[in-house]
Write a protein that binds this ligand. Structure first.
Ligand SMILES: *[C@@H]1O[C@H](CO)[C@@H](O)[C@H](O)[C@H]1NC(C)=O
Length: 313
């Protein structure tokens, strides 16, 4: 059985404290990927997005940390907990919160349908791998300002927390408001999967960042380096991550964003009748990464060499 998680939002929340990301001190040393690790470049996939919350600098209150864990359980625990947790079923916090709100709102029973024990048992463990699409991270807080912020009843009112991304976090492109570059959120998410769900095999089915038109996509190369470095940190600490798929092979229709946001290693000229595809700098970088199976942050592609499709091994 293949796990398919459909969740169209683009945020994962994280909370915690301290700079848990170990970004290798020897930052400039090339890092090898494990022998059986697989790579890809996607043109379509399903996604679950991680909202996280921590910048390692803010002294989060107990309340904010709890709110962040609640967001995580609603945003992706909702899908992952029934399948990957030891106990199965919805996350406890989701059951409690929706039931309490429902009662408050005069419903006769919880708006969250209950699984039967047979369903819990059937769903639990029914996957071959944990398929993850991850781009960015949000911070979370909970205080009086949530009162009246959301419609009642609503999903966000049930969670009762506020997600946000600090202005000062770097965007990959100003046109994509949500795409903040947050590799530590990726690392934390991968670590959380390992710790909470008994280290299942993880396939990264989407990861990447948006840019404007242009072949010199240094930001995308930077994203690749930072996120893959974070992924290798998680692997070093025991995470069973077996595959990385970059989003995307070429520019394409990006749901809410249409054609404005470019995610491709290859640029597509939408004005040309042939929809001409041209490799960006990131295509050269990714090709070398696949060839060497090594993350070398010092590698500078020579874009004057024509791109070729080489024989695989
Ligand atoms: C709630 O917390 C946020 C983030 O720390 C802060 O900006 C806001 O002023 C707070 N609101 C209230 C009502 O305490």
């Amino acid at each position: 059985m293949v796990l398919k998680i459909v969740f169209p939002l683009l945020i994962l929340a994280w909370s915690g404290n301290g700079n848990a990301v170990k970004h290798s001190d020897s930052a400039s040393e090339p890092r090898q990927f494990p022998e059986h690790f697989r790579f890809g470049a996607a043109t379509a996939s399903y996604q679950i997005e991680g909202a996280w919350n921590v910048d390692g600098k803010t002294d989060k209150s107990e309340k904010d940390n709890e709110a962040t864990e609640d967001v995580r359980q609603f945003e992706w625990g909702q899908y992952a907990h029934p399948i990957f947790s030891e106990s199965g079923d919805w996350p406890a916090v989701m059951k409690e919160k929706v039931a309490a709100k429902s009662l408050e709102q005069g419903f006769f029973s919880s708006r969250l349908p209950e699984f039967t024990q047979a369903e819990i048992d059937m769903i639990k463990g029914s996957s071959d791998f944990f398929g993850l699409n991850q781009y960015t991270t949000a911070l979370v807080y909970r205080n009086e300002s949530v009162n009246g912020k959301y419609p009642v009843p609503s999903y966000y009112d049930d969670i009762g927390a506020v997600l946000y991304q600090p202005e000062e976090w770097e965007s990959s492109w100003s046109g994509t408001t949500w795409m903040k570059i947050v590799p530590w959120g990726f690392y934390k998410f991968l670590t959380k999967i390992r710790e909470d769900y008994g280290n299942p095999p993880v396939y990264i089915l989407e990861n990447g960042c948006s840019t404007d038109v242009g072949l010199q996509d240094d930001v995308r190369v930077k994203c690749l380096k930072l996120y893959l470095d974070a992924l290798l940190d998680a692997i070093d600490e025991g995470s069973d991550i077996q595959m990385y798929t970059v989003w995307s092979l070429m520019d394409n229709f990006e749901w809410y964003e249409g054609y404005a946001d470019r995610f491709g290693l290859y640029e597509v000229d939408y004005n040309a009748e042939e929809r001409t595809r041209t490799p960006r700098k990131s295509a050269y970088y990714y090709k070398e990464l696949l060839r060497t199976r090594t993350l070398d942050i010092n590698y500078e592609p020579d874009m004057s060499v024509p791109m070729t499709i080489d024989e695989g091994k």
